[in-house]
Design a protein around this ligand. Structure first.
Ligand code: HSE
Length: 439
């Protein structure tokens, strides 16, 4: 085993800077654990003119591809993000026989088939612990620690920015734009925050977890994705009155060999652990037929927490005799098939609906008629006091139904004029078992 592990780092943003910092800060600990120096030879950045605080001897370049071509570099660490240059860099590094560590969930969700196939062909390691749920070691947990299970469900809070926004709205009464600005100021949001608030970032991570849980590629373009953009504080308030918190949930379940998956805002009962995940924290709840249910919780974004996951991958590579080895990339031996998909709207659960209606005779009867027509039964209903223009909010909590039925019923009611604006509808998360038990 050579004494040094020589890396090339692409990207010196939040995570890249955290990696450089922690490699120095934890140098002695890392050496004790691996017996090797992990040294950065070159860092590729977009703007080479900007002043950087880098250890002596580290080269700076604006040519990311040079990392893939440098014979001294054994591992390329890709922390630049995006799916164009980053994809080219990773593929080129692998073609040149280098292992890769990346935090790039978008790339692995959308181009995973191609990237994992090349890693297997070239027998190189692909570390991606940082690509899902930041500091939480969920990749290794699913791939290794729970490998002896049949996994039945994976659900979680996978986007720190959205969770921070929802927490600020819930705890401090912020409106959506103020809470988003606060999340951006904390450095949690993606460069394009629409990836966070519209659910794509969580969906990218969910696609990676599906691959690890069931050994299938889930066609990302078919994943059902809803975000929290423009969430009305009224819904946060009404949900609270019923004992729920609104959370952006990513959920995937094995339904008799088909995968039902989606990202959606949902009402989560306050007694569930997921409801108590606040700020930029992420959490993943995994159910397996041997382990029962497992709950992982930790920071999902930020410089040091994400660098922690990158370091875990680097140390795993450094400990191997052979730096290059594809054996553990997906956790499955063969090339992965496509997932058979069960549409998310066919999932059975209770629903929350907020309807804006005129405070007059017959409205409830009309709503009840259409809901009954669509086979939906009410569990609870409250009407909030009329405002000056005679409009009221009706909050309807249903028994088990499907998204298809709820969407059809509320669309009918809007089209016939009963609802003054389109209804706001959220799934109510159905927990299996009592999560609060044992805590
Ligand atoms: N923007 C992401 C989040 C960072 O908020 O979770 C980590 O992927």
């Amino acid at each position: 085993m050579s004494q040094n592990l020589c890396i090339g780092l692409a990207g010196l943003g939040t995570v890249g800077s955290g990696l450089v910092e922690m490699l120095q800060k934890n140098h002695d600990e890392i050496l004790r654990r691996t017996g090797r120096e992990i040294t950065i030879k070159t860092v590729a950045v977009h703007n080479i003119a900007k002043k950087r605080d880098l250890p002596a001897g580290v080269h700076l370049t604006d040519d990311a591809m040079s990392l893939a071509d440098d014979p001294d570099i054994q591992v390329v660490v890709e922390l630049m993000g995006g799916t164009t240059v980053a994809r080219e860099l990773i593929l080129r590094a692998m073609r040149n026989g280098k292992s890769v560590v990346t935090a790039n969930k978008a790339l692995l969700a959308e181009y995973g088939r191609e990237i994992f196939a090349l890693a297997a062909e070239k027998n190189v390691a692909l570390g991606y612990e940082a690509s899902s749920a930041g500091a939480i070691p969920v990749i290794q947990t699913l791939r290794d620690s729970l490998a002896g299970n049949h996994i039945t469900s994976v659900m979680g809070i996978l986007n720190g920015t959205s969770n921070y926004i929802l927490s600020e709205m819930n705890n401090n009464g912020f409106d959506f734009p103020t809470a988003l600005k606060a999340a951006q100021d904390m450095g949690y949001a993606e460069a394009d925050p629409s990836l966070d608030i519209d659910g794509q970032d969580a969906a990218h991570k969910l696609a990676l977890l599906i691959r690890l849980a069931w050994g299938v590629h889930y066609d990302f373009s078919k994943l059902s994705i809803e975000g929290i953009r423009g969430l009305d504080p009224l819904d946060i308030q009404f949900a609270r009155e019923f004992g729920y918190r609104i959370k952006l949930i990513g959920q995937a379940r094995d339904e008799n060999g088909k995968i039902e998956a989606g990202v959606f805002p949902a009402l989560v009962h306050h007694s569930m652990l997921l409801a108590r995940v606040n700020g930029a924290y992420n959490a993943v709840r995994i159910e397996g037929n041997a382990v029962g249910s497992l709950f992982l919780h930790g920071l999902g974004a930020g410089s040091r927490p994400t660098a922690s996951a990158v370091l875990g991958d680097l140390l795993a590579i450094a400990r191997r005799d052979e730096v290059n080895s594809a054996e553990a990339n997906t956790g499955f031996i063969d090339a992965l098939p496509d997932a058979e998909i069960l549409p998310s709207d066919e999932t059975i659960s209770p629903w929350y609906t907020r309807a804006t209606v005129r405070d007059t005779y017959g409205v409830l009867r009309d709503i009840a008629t259409v809901f009954a027509d669509e086979g939906i039964s009410f569990a609870q209903l409250i009407q909030k006091a009329a405002s000056q223009d005679d409009c009221v909010s009706l909050v309807l909590m249903t028994h088990d139904t499907t998204g298809t039925a709820i969407k059809k019923a509320t669309r009918r009611l809007y089209e016939d004029g009963t609802l003054l604006v389109p209804a706001t509808c959220f799934r109510i998360l159905a927990a299996s078992g009592n999560e609060a038990e044992g805590v």
